[in-house]
Design a protein around this ligand. Structure first.
Ligand code: AP5
Length: 222
């Protein structure tokens, strides 16, 4: 029989590097990346009523209400690909009510990754961030510059990536972080997120490889 797929949560302050690490993790482990922020931005782009409501909260750096976010994440996790390959949940849960809802739907993580980055680095990361709308790849003007002038010319910036707005997002993060962390203490992997993205990934990769090995060993002994 096949080993159970990995189920991972990744959390951290705004611009701590969640999306960047998720690119590296999915490349190697082929998990389905479910990012609450990306689902919300797709909803905004669709022009729906929920998207319009969500945007008003995101503009203020506040949490979007549970009735929008919870269903969105739940539906994505229920898709066959997430069930088969396993999932990597990014930016969710951000409150205890979101964590409880997920558990009630039967989704429990094996590992909770926490990216630890000092505050003074975060603002610098946010204002230099750029996105490639064609590939979805995350860049930074200083730390991960685009590979070609062609890519550089098409890069875009997120509407909430200003110094003023990231301060609001940080404030919201501080209000909610403790409640969420306390729920996952026994499965938390705290990672130093202040080093280069490859060095951050090396820490995560080591833990995931071990976890996968443990799951395979458990399956074989059944
Ligand atoms: P979301 O989109 O999740 O934003 P966030 O949490 O603020 O996190 P970011 O996406 O800004 O950063 P990241 O950690 O992914 O960093 P990245 O890898 O890009 O949420 C946006 C909004 O949606 C929220 O404010 C809220 O309103 C709403 N929302 C989302 N989830 C919700 C939920 N569950 N409930 C309610 N509302 C919700 O890296 C940042 C930059 O740094 C990049 O330029 C990157 O190239 C660079 N970088 C990354 N790693 C390194 C490194 N090691 N060294 C140097 N540079 C690096």
């Amino acid at each position: 029989s096949k080993a159970e797929p990995l189920r991972i949560m990744i959390s951290g302050a705004p611009a701590s590097g969640k999306g960047t690490q998720c690119e590296l993790i999915t490349q190697k482990y082929d998990l389905v990346h479910v990012a609450a922020g990306d689902l919300l931005r797709a909803e905004i782009a669709s022009g729906s009523e929920n998207g319009k409501r969500a945007r008003a909260y995101m503009d203020k750096g506040q949490l979007v209400p549970d009735e929008i976010v919870v269903m969105m994440v739940k539906e994505r996790l229920l898709q066959p690909d997430s069930q088969e390959k396993g999932w990597l949940l990014d930016g969710y849960p951000r409150s205890s009510s979101q964590a409880i809802a997920l558990k009630e739907f039967g989704f429990e993580p094996d590992l909770f990754i926490l990216l630890d980055v000092p505050e003074e680095i975060l603002v610098d990361r946010v204002v230099g961030r750029r996105l490639d709308p064609v590939t979805g790849k995350i860049y930074h003007l200083k730390y991960s510059p685009p590979e070609t002038p062609e890519i550089a010319a098409r890069l875009t910036q997120r509407f909430d990536d200003t110094e003023e707005k990231v301060k609001l997002r940080l404030h919201t993060h501080h209000q909610n972080v403790e409640a969420v962390l306390s729920l996952y203490e026994d499965i938390t992997l705290k990672v130093d997120g202040s080093v280069t993205k490859d060095d951050v990934f090396a820490q995560i990769d080591g833990a995931l490889a071990k976890l996968l090995e443990k799951k395979r060993a458990t399956t074989e002994s059944l």
